[in-house]
Design a protein around this ligand. Structure first.
Ligand SMILES: [Zn+2]
Length: 182
């Protein structure tokens, strides 16, 4: 079982770094939904599948190299994270038109938890207001539960540099269908 506080920190980092993966999955989902479903089902299924994809991608992120703490003196860590942040930003700019719908819903859990809920909670804590009640609204709890239930067998490679290989493979595997059918 994961300690939620601990996994939250991990999830924040994975959040920003996995944006490229979330975006690529979203693009594939939107392409397929718009290819095989008619209005309004193409939109409805894009929204549903994109939202659910976040849970799965975050769930398997445990086997990618993302340490919960910043490794300041570690060149490998710095270079890899510069690359992955760059790719994340690039994927937002490159795919936003026309895949913004899938991308918004594929990142919705992150947007809600880290850019809406967490800043509000932080401000409350700063003002010495006990705000633990908000904990239950973090959507990454679903991810943690999903991971515990279905992906408990995955190796935890957050500290293993080789974990970048899986992430690179995942990105390549996602880009292929985008090129072929996009
Ligand atoms: Zn997330």
């Amino acid at each position: 079982m994961f300690n939620f506080i601990k996994i939250s920190k991990l999830s924040i980092l994975i959040t920003i770094l996995e944006t490229v993966t979330h975006n690529l999955v979203a693009v594939v989902i939107q392409i397929l939904c718009f290819k095989y479903f008619l209005l309004p089902f193409n939109i409805i299924f894009t929204i549903i599948f994109a939202f659910l994809s976040h849970i799965i991608v975050d769930g398997i992120a445990i086997i990618t190299y993302h340490t919960p703490e910043v490794q300041k003196g570690d060149k490998f860590w710095i270079i890899w994270h510069v690359i992955i942040i760059g790719l994340s930003l690039f994927s937002i700019i490159f795919f936003a038109i026309p895949y913004w719908l899938g991308m918004v819903f594929a990142n919705l859990i992150d947007i809600w938890d880290w850019f809406i809920l967490r800043p509000i909670q932080k401000r409350k804590i700063k003002r010495n207001i006990e705000s633990k009640w908000m904990d239950k609204y973090y959507l990454h709890k679903i991810v943690d539960r999903f991971r515990d239930k279905f992906l408990g067998w995955l190796p935890k490679w957050n500290y293993k540099r080789a974990g970048i290989l899986f992430e690179i493979l995942l990105i390549v595997v996602l880009i292929i269908p985008i090129i072929l059918i996009g």
